[in-house]
Ligand binder design. Structure first.
Ligand SMILES: C[S@@+](CC[C@H](N)C(=O)[O-])C[C@H]1O[C@@H](n2cnc3c(N)ncnc32)[C@H](O)[C@@H]1O
Length: 286
């Protein structure tokens, strides 16, 4: 495994662990929600195979936003290289960036050495050669709106593009909970305008992303909670005092998050949306 040449913060290590867990469940080259072209008719359609189909469709959908004349792309928060491979296969020049050595290893293997990888946070990244397009495929929620806007402006050629797709908060009053790290639509918009970007195109794909939340809840309920309950039952039989301690710790620190996780679908529909946005940096401000 490549050695980290950066110090990775504890918060980022938690995020990396969650992303790696997600990868181990799906075994997909993508880490995004996907684009369900056909809405699932019942819970039977909420399968990992259908999720992987939706993920491939998302990449195709997102990349269709890339304007003519684009060659060099910086894939910020590149994950394990699914999007980069798609782009390389279509003749683009790609560089990947993420603050995770596991993703670094997987990205380099997936792209077969065709794309350099920068082990870095976007906030710390500096380039000697500006790009035609900066891509943030579901990575905007991990950094501040200002860092996105300023970093993209720094890394782009005059008139270059920022292509961003992510879950966003349509309700600015939603400030606490599982999705509260997502940007408020208007805040992100303002930060990009202030850094000299103009919105070229936007599409809301909330409906097509939502089934993935239902898959997550279904898997969590069916396998996650039932496995934890089984382990708890065994501990209760074998070592009752440890069971009592764990039960107390669960109620104290975890219960609220678990209950919220089971309501993720409703929370998403009430307070969030999923958008693809294409922005252009004005020649004057770059
Ligand atoms: C949900 S994954 C999306 C991966 C990939 N873009 C995709 O569409 O499948 C989020 C990505 O953002 C990266 N990330 C998290 N914090 C970051 C930061 N501060 N700078 C750059 N990338 C970051 C993660 O390591 C991961 O690669």
């Amino acid at each position: 495994m490549p050695q980290p040449s950066i110090r990775i913060s504890q918060a980022t290590r938690y995020q990396n662990a969650a992303l790696n867990y997600y990868l181990s469940l799906t075994d997909s080259p993508y880490l995004h929600y996907g684009y369900w072209e056909t809405q699932p008719k019942s819970a039977e359609d909420l399968t990992i195979a259908n999720l992987c189909t939706a993920q491939a469709a998302y990449t195709q959908k997102l990349m269709a936003f890339i304007p003519e004349g684009t060659h060099a792309i910086l894939d910020v928060g590149c994950g394990t290289g699914g999007n980069a491979t798609y782009l390389l296969d279509r003749g683009f020049t790609v560089e990947g960036l993420a603050p995770d050595t596991f993703q670094q290893e997987r990205f380099l293997a997936a792209t077969s050495g065709r794309a350099p990888f920068h082990l870095s946070r976007f906030e710390d990244f500096k380039t000697s050669h500006p790009f035609d397009l900066v891509l943030l495929s579901e990575s905007s929620q991990y950094m501040s709106a200002q860092d996105i806007a300023q970093g993209a402006a720094r890394g782009l050629k005059q008139g270059g593009y920022l292509l961003l797709a992510d879950m966003l908060r349509s309700d600015a009053t939603y400030t606490e909970g599982i999705f509260s790290n997502c940007h408020v639509v208007e805040d992100l918009h303002q930060a990009l305008l202030q850094s000299g970007f103009t919105l070229v195109k936007m599409e809301d794909i909330s409906t097509q992303a939502a089934p993935t939340i239902e898959i997550g809840i279904d898997a969590f309920r069916r396998f996650g909670l039932s496995t934890v309950k089984y382990i708890a039952d065994v501990i209760q039989i074998a070592v009752p005092p440890i069971y009592q301690l764990l039960r107390w710790a669960y109620k104290r620190w975890l219960q609220k998050t678990v209950e919220e996780g089971l309501q993720a679908g409703e929370i998403f529909h009430r307070h969030l949306c999923y958008q693809i946005q294409l922005w252009q940096l004005s020649a004057k401000d770059s």
